[in-house]
Design a protein around this ligand. Structure first.
Ligand SMILES: Nc1ncnc2c1ncn2[C@@H]1O[C@H](COP(=O)(O)OP(=O)(O)OP(=O)(O)O)[C@@H](O)[C@H]1O
Ligand SMILES: [Mg+2]
Length: 309
């Protein structure tokens, strides 16, 4: 598979007062062509720092970052022709309408077919009806959409999105996710950052979990689930959870139980024990309303990985 974005042993520290903060600590990953890759992590984990390095705005202390096999540090101008980004450090100029600004950016980037580009960018971000408004007066959600329309002008092969849905209302966030999926279908390679595990699962082919500047896990969600949650989980709604728990624990099939308001979760060591568990549940004599095998909650996975490593 063709690797389009490559990050190798990137480290970056900042001085803040008396303290030295290691924002990135030997970070490695590759993003393949056409892939949507998510960088997931808590506040201060290093996500924006990494995007700034990929954009060529920050120089790493060590390591290399490249896009299309060109160095993000020394060949950023060349890369910019084929990539674009939306981040907190993207600003909007005063006094001009959204449409005027987009035409201006086309000129700045030396782009042809400007009318078509501007119309398409406004259409994808659903901003047509706001095109004559002063962009600097936009609400935060509209500004975000405007910045994305700006990022689409050069038809980027690589798009870097720092928290693309932050500050968007429910409809706008859903449009944004649709837009990302559409871009993916056209072969765009996308790196996005988010705190939202569900959003990442919906959009990303693979994710890297980053904590205190270090990648602590990387892979597809299926791989992460298998690695961090190898257990099979069965949830049972019953009339007498206490009795059920006691009887099932006696079988020694479960590693852990978790009692919820009106159900109980049994964590099994292996899939092959599901049958035995069902037999134990039925023979317990307790009234059962439902039995379901469940996927571990994404939030559980996130918490487990972030806490344990
Ligand atoms: N210019 C700077 N000067 C000093 N410290 C900085 C600077 N930029 C970032 N940092 C620090 O580096 C660390 C990583 O910051 P970064 O903005 O990359 O995190 P993040 O993962 O994007 O967080 P968030 O989810 O809050 O956006 C933080 O501790 C931050 O305070
Ligand atoms: Mg950030």
């Amino acid at each position: 598979m063709e690797s389009v974005v490559s990050v190798s042993k990137i480290s970056k520290s900042f001085s803040s007062g008396q303290e030295k903060i290691k924002a990135l600590d030997s970070v490695n990953f590759n993003i393949n062509k056409g892939e949507v890759f998510g960088l997931l992590g808590p506040n201060g984990a290093g996500k924006t720092t990494l995007i700034a390095i990929l954009c060529g705005f920050l120089i790493p202390d060590s390591g290399t970052a490249s896009i299309f096999n060109m160095s993000c540090t020394t060949q950023s101008e060349k890369i910019q022709k084929r990539m674009n980004f939306v981040s907190g450090f993207s600003g909007v100029m005063d006094f001009f309408t959204a449409e005027e600004l987009l035409y201006f950016y086309c000129m700045l980037y030396n782009l042809d077919n400007t009318k078509k580009r501007v119309d398409t960018a406004l259409k994808i971000t659903d901003l047509q009806k706001h095109r004559k408004r002063i962009a600097a007066d936009f609400s935060s959600g509209l500004s975000r959409r405007f910045l994305i329309s700006k990022a689409l002008l050069n038809d980027p092969e690589v798009l870097l999105l720092d928290e693309p849905t932050v500050g968007l209302d429910v409809d706008a966030a859903s449009n944004m996710r649709n837009m990302i999926n559409k871009m993916k279908k056209t072969g765009t390679t996308i790196l996005l950052t988010t705190h939202n595990m569900r959003e990442a699962e919906e959009l990303c082919d693979r994710v890297a979990l980053i904590k205190e500047g270090r990648i602590i896990a990387c892979g597809t969600f299926a791989e992460l689930r298998k690695k961090f949650f190898p257990l099979e989980v069965v949830e049972v709604h019953s009339d007498d959870p206490d009795k059920l728990e006691k009887q099932v624990l006696a079988t020694k099939l479960v590693i852990k139980t978790q009692k919820l308001e009106d159900s109980i979760k049994f964590y099994l060591k292996s899939k092959t024990d599901v049958n035995k568990l069902l037999k134990a549940v039925i023979s317990s004599g307790v009234g059962i309303r439902s039995i379901t095998t469940i996927e571990p909650e994404l939030e559980d996975l996130y918490t487990k990985v972030m806490r344990n490593v």
